[in-house]
Design a protein around this ligand. Structure first.
Ligand SMILES: Cc1cc2nc3c(=O)[nH]c(=O)nc-3n(C[C@H](O)[C@H](O)[C@H](O)COP(=O)(O)OP(=O)(O)OC[C@H]3O[C@@H](n4cnc5c(N)ncnc54)[C@H](O)[C@@H]3O)c2cc1C
Length: 511
C-alpha cells in the first residue's frame, strides 16, 4: 500500500494502479501496449533506453542515420491479414510512407551460386529454375507448399491461439484454413523440402533461405514461419519505412500516447514484484515502484526469468523450455558510411555472402549486408551511402578483454569483414568515410538482451512451432511478448506476438 501512495505522489498524473505494465518498448511491447490502449486499458510502458524500438531502433552519427538492426521489413503490405505493421500503426491512427524493395535479397553463395529473390514470384522462380533446371517441379512444389501455409494465415485474423473463444470463432469462419495450419504447425522446412527436392546444392540453398532469418538450417526451421517469409516477400513485399526503421517504433509510441497510454524512457526495470506467486508490479533500478493488474515482459525469456525474478520463482515450464531452446548467437555489426562510387551500378539493398557451405552457421561465417540508402537516400549525407553489415558472433569471444584489446579485436574483425566484402564492392576500404563497430557486448548493453542473443533457437530438431510458448506464463499475472514467444524473431513476427498478447490480456481483464 505504501508503494501505491509513493507512486501516486511522485508522478501525480499516474493512476494508482495500471491495467497493464509493459517492460520494454520493442515492437512486441509497443504493439501490445497500443492494442490495449485502444481498448481503453490503462497502460504504462517502461523502457530502459532513451528511445523506443529495441532491436528496431536507430542511432545518428556524423550525418548518417543508422538502423540498429532490422532493415528488411515484412508486414507493410496493404491486403490480407498478415500485414501486421500496417495494422498496428493504423489501430492508433498512424501510418508510414514505405519504399518497395524490388529484390528481397541478392545471394552470393559458394560454387558461384549468384541469385536474386525478386519481388515478382515468377521472376524469382525462373531465376532459381535456370540454375537448377532438373528440379523445376520440386521447386514449384516446395514453394507452393509455403504459399499454402501463407494463404491459410492470410485469411484469418491473427490473434491469441491460447484463447478458446477466438479459436472457435475463427474455426467456424474458416475451417479449411485452420485445418491446413494445424497440419503444418508441427512440420519443419527441411522435411517438406526433401519431399520435393533431391539436388544437394539446392537443399543447401533452402538451408540458407531459412538461416538468414531463423538462424538455423531448414531442418530446424518451422514451416509456419517459412510460409510467412517465403510467400509474403512476393505478396505484401519487402518495404522500407521512409526515414528509417526507427520511425515504426516512434510512430507506435506517438500513437500510444495519443490513445491515452504512457511511456517512460530511462526506466530500467530491476525486478518484477511478486505477492505470493502472483506478479503485481515492477521496481525500477531508481527504486520507483509501479503496480498493475497484469505485467507483460518484452525482455527475452532469459532476462525475464533469470534476472527480473528470483531464481526460486523460475517455473518448471521455463526450465523445460530452456532444455528445448537455446540462445542464438549475437552479431558483430559494422555500420559504415561510404562514398557513393563504392557501389557498382545496379547494386541491390540486401545481400548475403558465404564462401564455404560448411561455415554457414559458424562465427563470422555468413555475412549480411543492408544498404538502406539505396531506397531512402535521405539517411546519409549527399554522395554517400550506409552499408550495415553483420555476421554471427558469440559473446564469449568478446569477454575478459582490456579496453585496448577489445578495441583492437573490433578493428581486426571489422577489417576481415571489409576484406571479404571487397568482392561485392571493389574499393570499399578506400571509400570508407565512417565506421562504428558493435559487438555482442553492445547488443547486450544497449538492447538489454542476455548475451546479445538474436533470440531462441531449437537445441535440436523439434516439432515445428509446437514447442514455442504463447504469451501466458506459469506465473499468474505475468505474460511474455516478443521474439521469445510464438511465432519468433522478426518485426512482423513480434508484431503478431503483440496482437496475440494484447488479445489474451484484454480477455483476461474483461475488456
Ligand atoms: C542485427 C540484426 C538484424 C536484424 N534484421 C532484421 C530484419 O532485417 N528484419 C526483421 O524483421 N527482423 C530483423 N531482426 C530481428 C528483429 O529486429 C527482432 O526480432 C525484433 O526487433 C525483436 O523485437 P522484440 O519486441 O521482441 O524485442 P526488442 O527489440 O529486443 O525490444 C525489447 C526492449 O525491451 C527493453 N528492455 C529489456 N529489458 C528491460 C528492462 N529490464 N527494463 C526496461 N526495458 C527493458 C529493451 O531496451 C528493448 O527496447 C534483426 C535483429 C538484429 C539484432
Amino acid at each position: 500500500m505504501n508503494t501505491l501512495l509513493s507512486t501516486a505522489s511522485s508522478t501525480s498524473s499516474y493512476p494508482q494502479e495500471f491495467d497493464a505494465i509493459i517492460i520494454g518498448s520493442g515492437i512486441g511491447g509497443l504493439v501490445t501496449a497500443t492494442q490495449l490502449a485502444v481498448k481503453k486499458a490503462k497502460v504504462l510502458v517502461l523502457e530502459s533506453y532513451l528511445i523506443p524500438g529495441g532491436s528496431s531502433g536507430y542511432f545518428d552519427r556524423a550525418g548518417y542515420h543508422f538502423d540498429v538492426g532490422a532493415s528488411m521489413i515484412f508486414g507493410f503490405g496493404q491486403e490480407g491479414t498478415t500485414n501486421l505493421l500496417t495494422r498496428a500503426l493504423a489501430a492508433v491512427g498512424q501510418s508510414i510512407e514505405t519504399i518497395p524493395d524490388p529484390v528481397q535479397v541478392h545471394y552470393h553463395l559458394p560454387d558461384n551460386l549468384e541469385l536474386k529473390v525478386h519481388r515478382d514470384y515468377e521472376n524469382f522462380l525462373q531465376e532459381l529454375i535456370n540454375k537448377f533446371p532438373q528440379e523445376e517441379k520440386g521447386i514449384r512444389k516446395f514453394y507452393g507448399e509455403c504459399w499454402k501455409v501463407f494463404n491459410c494465415l492470410n485469411s484469418m485474423e491473427l490473434l491469441s491461439l491460447e484463447e478458446l473463444g477466438y479459436l472457435t470463432r475463427v474455426f467456424f469462419q474458416n475451417p479449411l484454413a485452420c485445418l491446413g495450419l494445424a497440419r503444418y504447425l508441427p512440420q519443419n522446412v527441411g522435411d517438406v523440402a526433401r519431399k520435393w527436392i533431391r539436388d544437394p546444392q539446392l537443399l543447401k540453398f533452402i538451408d540458407m533461405e531459412c538461416y538468414i532469418w531463423s538462424v538455423v538450417p531448414a531442418e530446424q526451421t518451422p514451416m509456419i514461419n517459412a510460409g510467412m517469409v517465403f510467400a509474403d516477400r512476393h505478396y505484401g513485399g519487402i518495404n522500407y519505412p521512409k526515414g528509417g526503421v526507427g520511425t515504426i517504433a516512434q510512430k507506435l509510441a506517438e500513437g500510444l500516447e495519443q490513445a491515452g497510454g504512457k511511456i517512460e524512457y530511462k526506466a530500467k526495470v530491476a525486478e518484477i514484484i511478486l505477492e505470493g506467486d502472483r506478479a503485481v508490479g515492477v521496481k525500477l533500478v531508481s527504486g520507483q515502484e509501479y503496480r498493475a493488474k497484469r505485467i507483460i515482459s518484452n525482455a527475452t525469456r532469459w532476462d525475464t526469468f533469470e534476472k527480473l525474478l528470483p531464481a526460486a520463482a523460475m517455473p518448471k515450464a521455463e526450465k523445460q523450455w530452456q532444455k528445448r531452446y537455446q540462445k542464438s548467437p549475437s552479431f558483430l555489426s559494422v555500420h559504415l558510411g561510404v562514398a557513393a562510387e563504392v557501389l557498382p551500378p545496379g547494386t541491390e539493398c540486401h545481400h548475403v555472402l558465404l564462401e564455404d557451405w560448411a561455415s554457414m552457421e559458424k562465427s563470422e561465417g555468413t555475412i549480411f549486408v543492408s544498404i538502406p540508402t539505396l531506397l531512402d537516400p535521405s539517411l546519409a549525407p549527399v554522395g554517400h551511402h550506409i552499408i550495415h553489415t553483420f555476421t554471427p558472433s558469440w559473446v564469449e569471444e568478446w569477454q575478459n578483454l582490456s579496453p585496448a584489446e577489445y578495441d583492437d579485436r573490433k578493428e581486426f574483425a571489422a577489417g576481415r569483414m571489409i576484406d571479404r566484402l571487397e568482392k561485392l564492392f571493389p574499393g570499399l576500404d578506400q571509400g570508407l568515410d565512417f565506421m562504428e563497430v558493435g559487438t555482442p557486448r553492445s547488443h547486450r548493453r544497449f538492447l538489454g538482451r542476455e548475451d546479445g542473443t538474436y533470440g531462441p533457437i531449437p537445441r535440436k530438431k523439434l516439432l515445428g512451432l509446437l514447442g514455442m510458448p504463447f504469451n501466458r506464463t506459469a506465473i499468474p499475472g505475468l505474460y511474455c511478448v516478443g521474439d521469445s514467444t510464438f511465432p519468433g524473431q522478426g518485426l512482423n513476427a513480434v508484431a503478431f506476438s503483440g496482437f496475440a498478447c494484447a488479445h489474451r490480456v484484454a480477455v483476461d481483464l474483461g475488456f
